[in-house]
Ligand binder design. Structure first.
Ligand code: ORO
Length: 307
């Protein structure tokens, strides 16, 4: 039994799609709806529709990918209109919101607060908009934004965080989160401003920002695990955590469970393998847990053993 719950919303399994690949158009979201993904998560939306950054902007790598999509999306009003249709799949719908300012996020969160959406994930960590810093690396801005967006209604708000690499940053962010009614965090977004170089052509492999983009997939799993673990220890059980970063197999999901994740999200593996990955990862996780004699997620959640 892999059923779980995030911010009071029941999830039939531990595994859902991450905001990112294959969740921008109505057709793509329908495929997520028909898959084993425990919820339907949308691509991060902005006030107006966006084409995103110039191509090539996504490249597969052996152990993941690098991308600088630049938030291509249909604009938040299109997702607002889609919600009743998406809800017909009979699973929770989560909208991801990524405004370019506090005012943008207030406008979008207010609108989704009045909708039938189940959870709102506010993305503070897109690394790919030229000239725009990641909010999650600016603690003052994060605090101001949280103050504004957590006061707009009763639907649970979560924050998609950037990866942190220093204990002082984990502590600073956890202290801010504790001051506001943030119900969940999603850790981690891609490792921003990474650079992959093709030595043959002597060029970067993606075009935007001189080749700088978000590193994704298996490369970043240890960073994702550390971020989930650090925030689980700092936040206790008050804030739930969705783990994301390099989940390709049921055993990867189990590692996130040990670190303390309440659910996991899959991005790069979904991009590479399509929607069949959700059922496969779920089955592998169930089998691995059964082999260990665990009957529910609670048996292992957060129970990383000291060495
Ligand atoms: N890419 C990421 O890695 N994270 C985001 O939040 C958004 C994008 C993108 O659209 O470029």
């Amino acid at each position: 039994n892999l059923s779980t719950e995030v911010a009071g919303v029941p999830l039939a399994s531990y595994v859902l799609n991450a905001s990112g690949p294959r969740c921008t158009s109505a057709e793509e979201l329908k495929i997520v709806g028909e898959s084993h993904s425990a919820a339907i998560m949308t691509k991060s939306c902005t006030i107006l529709p966006r084409e995103g950054n110039p191509e090539p902007r996504y490249q597969n790598l052996d152990l993941g990918s690098i991308q600088s999509m630049g938030l291509p999306n249909l604009g938040y009003k299109a997702y607002l209109e889609m919600i009743p249709t998406l809800k017909q799949h009979g699973k929770p719908v989560i909208v991801s919101v990524s405004g370019f300012s506090i005012e943008d996020n207030i406008e979008m969160v207010s609108a989704f607060q009045q909708s039938a959406v189940d959870l709102i994930e506010v993305n503070f960590s897109c690394p790919n908009i030229p000239g725009k810093a990641q909010v999650a690396y600016d603690f003052e801005q994060t605090e101001q934004a949280l103050k504004a967006i957590t006061a707009l209604g009763d639907k649970p708000i979560g924050i998609k965080l950037a990866p942190y690499f220093d204990m002082s940053h984990f502590i600073a962010m956890a202290d801010i989160l504790k001051q506001y009614p943030v119900k969940f965090i999603t850790c981690i977004n891609s490792i921003g401003n990474s650079l992959v170089i093709d030595p043959e052509t002597e060029q970067p492999i993606i075009k935007p920002k001189g080749g700088f983009g978000g590193l994704c997939g298996e490369y970043i799993k240890p960073v994702g695990l550390a971020n989930v673990r650090a925030f689980r220890e700092l936040l206790g059980d008050d804030v739930q955590i969705m783990g994301v970063g390099g989940i390709n197999t049921g055993v990867d999901a189990f590692e996130y469970l040990l670190a303390g994740a309440d659910a996991v999200q899959v991005a790069t593996c979904f991009e590479k393998q399509g929607a069949a990955c959700f059922e496969r990862i779920e089955t592998e996780l169930a089998q691995f847990m059964a082999k260990k004699g665990y009957t529910s997620l609670e048996d292992a959640k957060g129970k990383l053993k000291p060495l």
